[in-house]
Design a protein around this ligand. Structure first.
Ligand SMILES: NC(=O)c1ccc[n+]([C@@H]2O[C@H](COP(=O)([O-])OP(=O)(O)OC[C@H]3O[C@@H](n4cnc5c(N)ncnc54)[C@H](O)[C@@H]3O)[C@@H](O)[C@H]2O)c1
Length: 253
């Protein structure tokens, strides 16, 4: 899809991988709406890139409906949806204090899996009503999983299961929307330098980087953004989850 003047939603776009993608989309001429729980950060980014900021909690049907409606009123219905909202909860299935509280498991599924599905279903309903473009394409969705969706580490039960769900949803949704010209792809990042990672001490980050085969460093958010734009622009990419991990295969811990 050509990006110039096309309305785009970047969900979880106030930080990290989403913010880098919002910047690249805006630079390519998209009309970007940044949807995020963190409205202050979303507003600051929207100001920087000439976009529109809306508060959105992806776990709530009502909040996502309101946010997508506000973005539609501002820019028109989006043809591009980038899903990057996510959290990385940790906890063993049975830890020192006994079984993982069910709500701790549920939280990761709610934000990462149900949240992605929530914006997918609403944005796709809008895309379906739009006129088709070249190749009959109406819209494109880029989700964010993680290589933990394939190789979940010890202590990542909720995170791994949520990301595995996003990977499974990719081909299913692509098949369902094929007849209306909406593509669905997912990026499964390895280890990226973002605020999510910056929570870890420097020595832990440095040690993580040494586990990456080549290039032996953490990924940069802009490298994720480039891949997201490549998916948007490449009409023949559909139904696939692309690992972006410098050949990293995560160990058990
Ligand atoms: N950084 C990595 O190494 C890495 C690796 C693999 C996958 N990922 C995935 O990439 C995505 C982006 O991660 P990041 O590293 O940029 O993290 P980040 O913390 O920098 O950004 C996540 C954004 O999501 C928003 N968010 C969280 N909960 C939300 C909710 N309920 N509703 C709306 N917005 C919400 C946050 O406010 C934040 O702006 C996540 O899905 C994460 O799981 C990251």
């Amino acid at each position: 899809m050509q990006i110039q003047n096309v309305p785009a939603l970047v969900v979880g776009g106030a930080s990290g991988l989403g913010a880098a993608t919002a910047r690249r989309l805006a630079a390519a001429g998209a009309k970007v709406s940044v949807l995020d729980f963190n409205i202050e950060a979303a507003q600051a980014l929207a100001h920087e890139i000439g976009g529109f900021a809306v508060r959105c909690n992806v776990t709530s049907a009502e909040s996502a409906e309101d946010a997508i409606r506000a973005a539609r009123d501002r820019h028109g219905a989006a043809r591009i949806l980038i899903n990057t909202a996510g959290i990385a909860p940790a906890g063993k299935i049975v830890g020192r204090n006994g079984p993982l509280p069910l709500d701790d498991f549920r939280k990761g599924i709610e934000v990462n899996l149900i949240g992605s599905f929530n914006t997918l279903r609403l944005a796709a309903a809008d895309m379906m009503a739009l006129e088709p473009l070249a190749d009959g394409e109406r819209g494109v969705v880029v989700n964010t999983a993680s290589i933990a969706g394939y190789e979940g580490q010890i202590g990542q039960a909720s995170y791994a299961a949520s990301k595995g769900g996003v990977i499974a949803l990719t081909i299913q949704a692509a098949r369902e929307f094929a007849s209306v010209g909406i593509r669905v792809c997912t990026i499964a990042p390895g280890l990226f330098e973002t605020p999510m990672m910056e929570g870890l001490p420097e020595n832990v980050r440095a040690s993580l980087a040494t586990t990456v085969p080549f290039p032996r460093r953490l990924g940069r958010a802009d490298e994720f953004a480039k891949q997201a734009l490549n998916i948007v622009e490449s009409v023949y990419l559909n139904g696939e989850t692309i690992r972006l991990d410098a050949a990293l295969r995560m160990a058990a811990k």
